[in-house]
Design a binder for this molecule. Structure first.
Ligand SMILES: CC(C)(COP(=O)(O)OP(=O)(O)OC[C@H]1O[C@@H](n2cnc3c(N)ncnc32)[C@H](O)[C@@H]1OP(=O)(O)O)[C@@H](O)C(=O)NCCC(=O)NCCS
Length: 167
């Protein structure tokens, strides 16, 4: 099944929350530990303006993945920097959907004038590290033992992609 990648609309919030909440409860990819309510997820959606796209991957009318470029900081000098998030529904991973979402959201980011994209990846998430590397993200550092989830202290790798360095 080939997923359709499209801009998210408010009616996708429930599908997005379902995927994110599943990852919160079953993986250390997100440092959230409590599932998000629909109201929280709606606020998150509304905080994403035209410079901060959210995309969904849809198969047969069902949201099976999403990606977002969220504001990195509300301090104005950071306005061309965003943080990417990418989550694929369990059962749909490892089929190229992450790659497709990544390709399209990065193109969107460039189109809306972002300069650089940052990601924070929990150490050990080899799939995510490989995926980001494939799209030109480079390691820029590791934050040691900044998280604790499922009883385990976790490091976080920071990776960064710059669209056109120096411009
Ligand atoms: C990480 C995630 C977004 C990747 O999406 P996906 O659809 O599963 O990945 P894809 O099938 O598109 O694979 C993309 C790349 O990931 C890497 N990859 C996939 N499976 C891998 C494996 N078993 N081992 C190592 N690298 C792997 C490869 O680089 C692959 O590209 P390739 O097929 O050209 O080699 C998805 O697995 C996911 O949602 N995981 C749980 C949440 C998460 O970790 N989110 C990221 C937070 S930073």
């Amino acid at each position: 099944m080939i997923p359709e990648i499209r801009k998210a609309t408010p009616s996708d919030v429930t599908g997005i929350a379902e995927i994110y909440n599943e990852a919160i409860l079953t993986t250390d990819a997100s440092f959230d530990v409590e599932p998000k309510t629909i109201e929280e997820q709606e606020r998150w959606f509304e905080e994403h303006g035209s410079k901060n796209p959210i995309l969904v991957a849809e198969i047969n009318g069902r949201v099976v993945g999403w990606a977002s470029l969220s504001q990195w900081s509300n301090r104005c000098a950071y306005s061309n920097t965003a943080e990417i998030s990418l989550y694929i529904k369990d059962g749909f991973r490892n089929r190229g959907i992450g790659k497709k979402l990544m390709r399209i959201i990065l193109a969107e980011g460039e189109k809306v004038g972002l300069h650089t994209i940052i990601t924070r990846i929990t150490s050990g998430n080899i799939i995510s590290v490989n995926l980001h590397k494939q799209f030109g993200f480079e390691n820029v550092g590791v934050m040691k033992e900044v998280g604790k989830k499922f009883g385990k202290l976790l490091d976080v790798c920071i990776m960064q992609k710059i669209y056109k360095s120096g411009e």
